[in-house]
Design a protein around this ligand. Structure first.
Ligand SMILES: [Zn+2]
Length: 185
């Protein structure tokens, strides 16, 4: 699919992740580079590209990728990729970008400290799905970010042509939504 539709960033991202999981780090790195050439705002792609570069012994490139990634993730409020990339930079003994905005948020009734954007937002009225994932979203994600996730999920279904009746496709959809929402597996 990444080949037949070369401008499909989600297809390249999926391919890169599959290659990385299969131990094909050099090929995975190429896919993530394509993703970032198409859309330089996907924080998670910097994180995975950095991983792939480390696995192929390109420490200096990895540090460059992760440093850029931390800055992008910070700008976009993608808390989890930001923290993961900071941790990797620290493990590598590399300098970590500093930001002067400690999270000092007060959460009122009907609000939630959202894991996606790292700030306070309106709480969902109820879990969006009747399963454990729905409950997890309800407890960790604000209503605004969930609205964005639904739009993103629709794009994923269309671009990857996912047949959602297929449990494997449902799993892929969950994974994309998890990445989008900064929720750990
Ligand atoms: Zn949010």
């Amino acid at each position: 699919m990444a080949e037949s539709d070369p401008n499909n960033e989600i297809a390249h991202f999926s391919l890169g992740r599959a290659l990385l999981d299969a131990g094909e780090a050099a090929e995975a790195a190429k896919s993530f580079q394509r993703v970032l050439a198409l859309n330089p705002n996907i924080s998670k792609a910097y994180q995975l590209l950095g991983d792939a570069q480390l696995k192929t012994g390109h420490r200096d490139y990895a540090i460059q990728t992760l440093t850029e990634g931390v800055n992008v993730a910070h700008r976009r409020g993608d808390l989890m990729p930001k923290n993961e990339m900071i941790k990797t930079l620290q493990d590598l003994g590399a300098p970590v970008p500093q930001f002067a905005d400690p999270l000092t948020a007060t959460v009122s009734a009907g609000e939630i400290l959202c894991k996606r954007h790292g700030g306070v937002g309106p709480k969902l009225e109820k879990p969006p799905m009747r399963n454990a994932f729905g409950q997890e979203i309800y407890e960790n994600i604000c209503a605004n970010c969930w609205k964005e996730a639904i739009a993103f999920g629709t794009k994923v279904i269309n671009e990857l042509r996912l047949p959602l009746a297929d449990p494997q496709a449902q799993k892929m959809w969950d994974q994309h939504i998890r990445d989008f929402l900064n929720l750990k597996q």
